[in-house]
Design a protein around this ligand. Structure first.
Ligand code: ADP
Length: 239
């Protein structure tokens, strides 16, 4: 497997606070990797730096061998990096299909009109939401909002998908649906980095985990090993 993303010595300072401290890790194409750690450990800051919403204070991020650190989000997204946000960012007065069409219009291929409508339906089918394409986004249930958010990310035709607590807040049945959905993306070869607190989901989905604490990496390895690591248990999982 070839390396698709590499972070080398990444730091991010906010004034006097070092939110991310000399972090290095990499993802191989097709891997599903969990980025874990207690609240405030720097996970969201890492996602923001990979997607270009924040520039690192130090270090290098390479996507498919090309440096992307410090580029703005609108320059990184077209290279094939998409993300979901902790809070669903829907346009509630538009239909579900129109929400995805908006993402297509501003996305990698700048699609409009009939082509965009067709592509939007395709992405809604991918997430199991094609049946609600014509309904207002404001009428969607929580899991369906999550599906729409994912369809909007897929509209960018990403090779790397960053999922920021995408499974948070789902009930147990919805969680199984959500896990299946992520698995279906994995089967199609998508590389996925997910920030997640739902341990069952991490065990079910992630072959590997990178664990952070106070801005530093404290573990990086196969999920079952990383979650048994004494420092991880102490810092994150508790006794
Ligand atoms: P996590 O996602 O693991 O909960 P974050 O990346 O959100 O952690 O935050 C890491 C640290 O950086 C926290 O102490 C947080 O308060 C701080 N932080 C995050 N974003 C900012 C910001 N824009 N300005 C100042 N401090 C920030």
């Amino acid at each position: 497997m070839t390396e698709i993303l590499a972070l080398s010595g990444i730091s991010k300072r906010f004034g006097g606070l070092t939110a991310v401290n000399e972090l290095s890790f990499s993802l191989k194409a097709g891997e599903v990797v969990g980025l874990l750690g207690p609240n405030g450990s720097g996970k969201t800051t890492v996602m923001n730096m990979i997607s270009g919403f924040l520039a690192p204070s130090e270090g290098l991020i390479a996507f498919k061998g090309e440096p992307i650190s410090g580029l703005p989000a609108h320059r990184i997204a077209p290279k094939g990096v998409a993300r979901t946000f902790q809070l669903v960012r829907a346009l509630p007065s538009l239909t579900v299909a129109e929400n995805v069409e908006t993402a297509l219009a501003f996305g990698r291929h700048k699609l409009w009109g009939a082509v965009a409508r067709e592509r939007a339906l395709h992405h809604l089918e991918e997430v199991g939401l094609a049946g609600r394409a014509g309904e207002k986004a404001s009428t969607l249930t929580y899991i369906d909002q999550k599906r729409m958010e994912l369809a909007r990310a897929l509209a960018a035709e990403p090779e790397l998908l960053l999922l920021d607590e995408w499974l948070a807040g789902l009930n147990p049945t919805e969680l199984l649906t959500g896990i299946d959905l992520i698995r279906s993306l994995e089967r199609r070869g998508m590389t996925i980095l997910l920030v997640e607190h739902v341990m069952d989901a991490i065990r079910a989905l992630c072959s590997r985990c990178v664990v952070m604490n106070a801005g530093r990496k404290i573990a990086d390895g196969p999920t079952f090993e990383a979650l048994r690591d004494p420092e991880v248990v102490r810092a994150y999982l508790g006794d």
